[in-house]
Design a binder for this molecule. Structure first.
Ligand code: MSP
Length: 505
């Protein structure tokens, strides 16, 4: 494993409030950052998120509210920052594409690519989808409906700047073939490879005439144009952490060879990240990220949740209703990272009452109760387990950190769900141990050493579980740690009181 770790989320459009899809990527990135901070140390991990604030979508949304785009984005960005605070997102930096550090950098990048001959002006004629900010050719839009969102496209004819994607197509294919971890999971890597081998890339239109769109970064060598929002947005990953020196070489402590660079994205923006972005970096003479991981979608009744479909669920509502950590747990546990999942409150309640109340909450609560009852709240120091079941638990406990890390480390496909399953195997073994051992009998038959060993093993299990859960459920881990002090316990209310599904919510 490399010494340092740099992880990013997509920068989210601020044309509307954040929804659970946005919170999914961000919670996943937060969990990985926390886990890597434990593995590598705090100062060797950098976690970047932010907002994508230029483009036609934002300009329109601002206009609809009678605000300037800057006023509008200043307002919406607060909702994102507040949400991340509420969800305990431990980002190191938050970049807005309207910040000077970004706009100046994008202009330098454009100049550099232009100098090396990878940008040229040309007349463009074709179809354009405003909400997707995507150009289409005649054959791609039968019935003149956008190939992605199916809304009507507009015919346009204008002069623009183009970036030479086509020239680098073979280079990209070779690169992907030579780097199996570059696009993950496998299904997405295959999708990109087959797209690249079956189609000839068109060069990318990277400007918009100012008369049509003014809300963007001015093209430094083209006063009539602003930069296309994707060319601007992708650059955030490097503008936030580094700079060009006077010779035009990029330098950043988070983009050197000793850093594992990971971009987490949803599969909706795979093409931009797996095709445009590597070619942009290559043209800039900058190394590529190690992994672009595209996760699946949260669906509602089998359709993708999105602003345009109007079926958006608010992460704040969910966190308020069920608890922040319950929400975080549900998203990461219910669906293997990479696959699609169906979001529903019933599914959250099922996880809540099962995994959290019955399994984890019960183990913690019954252990606290026994320590109060048999030891007046003082945590006993027992010898190691002498029975087969206890020994098995000790073994499992020892192996747990490695089992969890193996599913979260770079190169692992970030299987949060499987990592949590490994934790739950231990929780379930411990609960079964309580049921099989019947500690009240040990107490009655006066086997003090056996009772001590038994309870102290449960405490060890809980401490280990809480340590492993700290990346996923930071608040819960902190609560458990408080309850199990150095020597004595502090029993509070149950962590996850069961939700009564018969009572009206
Ligand atoms: N601004 C661009 C990204 C630029 S990155 C250089 C953008 N923004 S977005 O606000 O539309 O956010 C898209 C991202 O939000 C997805 O890639 C994914 O991370 C997340 N999700 C949005 N809807 C989602 C679901 N329904 N399910 C899961 N995640 C999804 O695209």
């Amino acid at each position: 494993m490399k010494k340092k770790f740099y992880i990013t989320t997509p920068i989210y459009y601020v044309n509307a409030s954040p929804h659970i899809g946005h919170s999914y990527t961000t919670i996943a990135a937060d969990t990985l950052s926390r886990s890597m901070r434990r593995a590598l140390s705090e100062q060797n991990v950098w976690f970047l998120t932010g907002t994508d604030e230029h483009g036609q979508k934002i300009q329109k949304a601002a206009h609809a509210q009678g605000l300037s785009p800057q006023e509008f984005t200043d307002k919406v960005v607060v909702q994102f920052k507040d949400l991340w605070k509420k969800l305990n997102i431990s980002y190191n930096d938050f970049i807005r594409t309207t910040e000077g550090r970004h706009t100046a950098f994008v202009q330098q990048a454009l100049e550099k690519v232009n100098r090396s001959g990878d940008i040229y002006p040309a007349k463009y004629e074709g179809w354009y989808c405003v909400p997707c900010e995507t150009f289409w050719t005649e054959s791609q839009v039968p019935g003149h409906l956008c190939a992605d969102c199916k809304r009507p496209v507009e015919k346009i004819s204008e002069t623009n700047y183009f970036f030479t994607l086509k020239k680098y197509q073979q280079w990209l294919i070779d690169y992907i073939n030579g780097h199996p971890d570059f696009i993950r999971p496998e299904i997405r890597r295959n999708e990109v490879l087959s797209f690249l081998t079956l189609n000839e890339l068109s060069d990318l239109c990277i400007s918009r005439p100012k008369e049509r769109l003014s809300w963007g970064i001015p093209v430094p060598f083209g006063p009539e144009h602003v930069t296309y929002v994707w060319f601007d947005a992708l650059i955030n990953y490097i503008s936030a952490v580094g700079a060009f020196d006077k010779d035009g070489n990029y330098a950043s402590p988070w983009w050197e060879e000793d850093v594992t660079v990971v971009h987490l994205i949803g599969k909706d923006i795979l093409r931009q990240h797996a095709v445009y972005w590597p070619i942009m970096l290559h043209a800039l003479g900058i190394r590529l990220p190690d992994t672009i991981f595209a996760h699946g979608w949260w669906m509602i009744d089998d359709s993708k949740m999105s602003k345009s479909l109007g079926n958006v669920v608010s992460p704040l509502d969910m966190a308020d209703k069920f608890g922040i950590d319950v929400y975080r747990y549900f998203l990461l546990r219910d669906v293997p990272f990479g696959l699609d999942g169906n979001f529903s409150e019933e599914a959250i309640i099922k996880r809540f009452n099962g995994d959290l109340a019955n399994d984890l909450g019960n183990l913690v609560y019954r252990t606290l109760t026994m320590i109060e009852k048999y030891y007046q709240g003082n945590i006993p120091e027992g010898a190691g387990a002498s029975d087969a079941q206890g020994k098995k638990i000790e073994e499992k406990l020892k192996l747990l950190p490695v089992a969890v890390a193996a599913r979260l480390n770079p190169g692992s496909d970030f299987n949060f769900s499987a990592a949590l399953s490994a934790v739950w195997e231990l929780i379930n073994m411990a609960n079964k141990y309580v049921e099989d051992t019947k500690p009240w009998n040990l107490a009655k038959t006066n086997k003090p050493e056996a009772l001590k060993a038994f309870i102290s093993l449960l405490v060890k299990v809980i401490r280990r579980v809480s340590e492993e859960l700290s990346s996923f459920m930071p608040q819960t881990a902190a609560l458990i740690e408080e309850q199990f002090g150095d020597h004595a316990v502090k029993k509070g209310k149950p962590l996850f009181p069961r939700i009564d599904t018969k009572k009206p919510q």
